[in-house]
Design a protein around this ligand. Structure first.
Ligand code: R5P
Length: 291
């Protein structure tokens, strides 16, 4: 029997204070449910509405990529500086300390290796396992214009249906193939299709000309992949241009973990993304940390 002796009359209703109605900081996400928004808040910093996702999922089709040979040695020291880690469930279970308490974006599609046709992917993770791993989102590759376009779009829509059932955001990852143009027109097409078909947010590539139209035409947040390794100053410039033109952050892999000073690089990327630091200054900051 609960002790009810000490129950006091309620009286402090703060009648002079209206209940706050906070707006959620991510575009196109106002109508999402609480659980979905809470998970997104483990990816995007609620103060800036932006994210530095550290992408280390390359092994799911490339095997032991340069810089990712030993994730425990090379990547775990970078975790304190990332908003979110993007990886496979194999790496998560075997190498990432469960004390890592920021968001994890789980690679949820796969199948072919670099030895085969890459666009022939299937869903590679059950939603129940994603929930068991307590991840903040699942990521699925979408190959617009590729030979298995419909299959890859169907992978995404299946995950969106399951994600909506359980409050799990889905990151639609627009893939670029050798045969596909990497320009604003293509990126507008691919990102918009992902958003229209239910992706909670979308990853794409930065394009020099017209990226602001890609971001504007996509009704949900966009993050950019880093792509192949560039000199550090160029990678910082790309990140700066992307966020200034409407991206909600970066999902960056090789330009961080293949840098000569990865810890310095991820901290410089953070400055660009969260503090709008200009590329020259961010590069100086990188150099000062890199020694
Ligand atoms: C492809 O392997 C993955 O989707 C990567 O997470 C993505 O390409 C970002 O990594 P990077 O910055 O190295 O392109």
């Amino acid at each position: 029997m609960a002790d009810t002796d000490g129950i006091q009359d309620t009286h402090d209703y703060h009648l002079d204070i209206a209940q706050t109605a906070e707006t959620f900081p991510l575009k196109g996400c106002q109508s999402l449910d609480w659980g979905m928004k809470n998970r997104l808040s483990h990816i995007f910093d609620p103060k800036t509405g932006r994210t530095v996702m550290l992408a280390v999922d390359h092994g799911y089709f490339m095997g032991p990529t340069s810089g990712l040979e030993r994730i425990d040695v090379n990547i775990n020291p970078l975790l304190p500086y990332a908003n979110t880690l993007m990886c496979t469930r194999g790496v998560l279970r075997s190498l990432i300390p469960p004390t890592f308490n920021k968001g994890v974006v789980l690679r949820a599609s796969g199948g072919p290796s670099i030895l085969k046709e890459l666009s022939d992917e299937r869903i590679a993770v059950d939603m129940e396992d994603a929930l068991r791993l307590n991840v903040a989102a699942v990521a699925v590759q979408v190959f617009i214009g590729g030979p298995f376009e419909t299959q890859s779009v169907h992978n995404m829509t299946q995950l969106v249906d399951q994600g909506n059932r359980y409050g799990m955001p889905v990151l639609g990852v627009t893939a670029v193939g050798k045969e596909l143009a990497r320009d604003a027109k293509y990126m507008r097409l691919a990102t918009r299709i992902c958003a229209e078909l239910g992706a909670t947010y979308v990853k794409t590539y930065f394009v020099e000309k017209g990226f602001e139209t890609v971001a504007a035409a996509c009704p949900v947040p966009i993050v950019i992949a880093g792509g192949k390794k560039l000199p550090e100053k160029e990678a910082l410039t790309m990140a700066y241009q992307a966020v200034q033109q409407g991206a909600a952050g970066v999902d960056m892999g090789r330009n961080i973990f293949q840098s000569t000073a990865p810890t310095a690089m991820i901290q410089a990327v953070r400055k660009v993304v969260h503090e709008n630091m200009k590329p020259n200054e961010a590069y100086e900051y990188y150099q000062s940390l890199a020694g």
